[in-house]
Design a protein around this ligand. Sequence first.
Ligand code: DAH
Length: 347
Amino acid sequence: MQHQFEQLKKEALVALTSARDADALRAWEILYLGRKGKLAQLMEKLGTLSVEEKKKVGPIANAVKQELTQAIEVKRTSPGDGRSSPGDGFDTTLPGVRPPQGHLHPVTQAIQEIEDIFSRIGFHRARHPEVDTDWYAFESLNMPADHPARDEWETYFIESPNHRNTESQKLVLTPHTSNGQVRELEKGKLPIRMVNISKCYRRQSDVSHVPMFHQFEGVYVDEHVTFQHLKGVFEYFIHEFFGPKRTYRLRPFHFRFTEPSVEVDVQCDVCNGTGKNCRLCKNGWLELAGGGMMHPNVLKAGGVDPKKYTAFAFGFGVERSYMMKSGLKVDDIRILYKNDLRFLEQF
Ligand code: DAH
């Protein structure tokens, strides 16, 4: 009999080592310590023993019961192995489980990088309205009302009943950051080296357009500013942002607010500049920016004397530039604003 109790104890303790969670512990307890469990069954047999034997085996039986009861208690309050927690014990020495952590949106990361790149050459970030009057968005930029050049900017107009209803007072969601040009000139502090990074809105949506996007507008106004300075700044930015090996080109273009004007294309990173089956670019180049020497009429609109000062200005799309970062291979701009964590978590 004594031997049977010893055996049961051994078996129970072995079984206890492989009980890994609270459910398994409860099952073990019922099996060995329950009212109809293995120990209870064995104890029932004590009744059949002689008084002499009972005196000997009784205390052993009780000791086994006590030992098994203690064993399960210890296991219940013990820390477990980190993956499971028998008895839901809590080990303060285990490394914590980190709660999910977010990060800045890739476009915000790009904006911060752009701000940083320009601050290194003395261009400070300026902020100008994202809802502005027609005057700053178009007219002051040498684009009178009804000028066909305006058609390029698929502009959202805002109903503004409280506004004096002259054409130039109409409100628009800024279709480009160029509205900041005359606003910056009007501050009257020269020289100017600013970069205005803001949201822009246009009624367009396809692989290379979203209705809300960002641009950064660089403006440099001083005596003797030339097109060479503009080229140097383009080259500096492209090499800093895309790396020194990225090929780009300046293509003659026309804007009402710059003369001469260019557009800036970079070699498309999605198709490595081949243009083959590329759903994003045309013939291997993606247009990122427009720029040029500020038109004398724009300087005048901002109260700056074009005989004394010259200036350059340029505007880049932030999202498009970001998509062209080496190796990203983002071939549809709209993915940036789908809020798909499978995409966003990669940045
Ligand atoms: N605002 C133009 C656009 O959105 C880009 C641009 C062209 C900005 C020439 C400039 C500039 O400052 O000088 O397409």
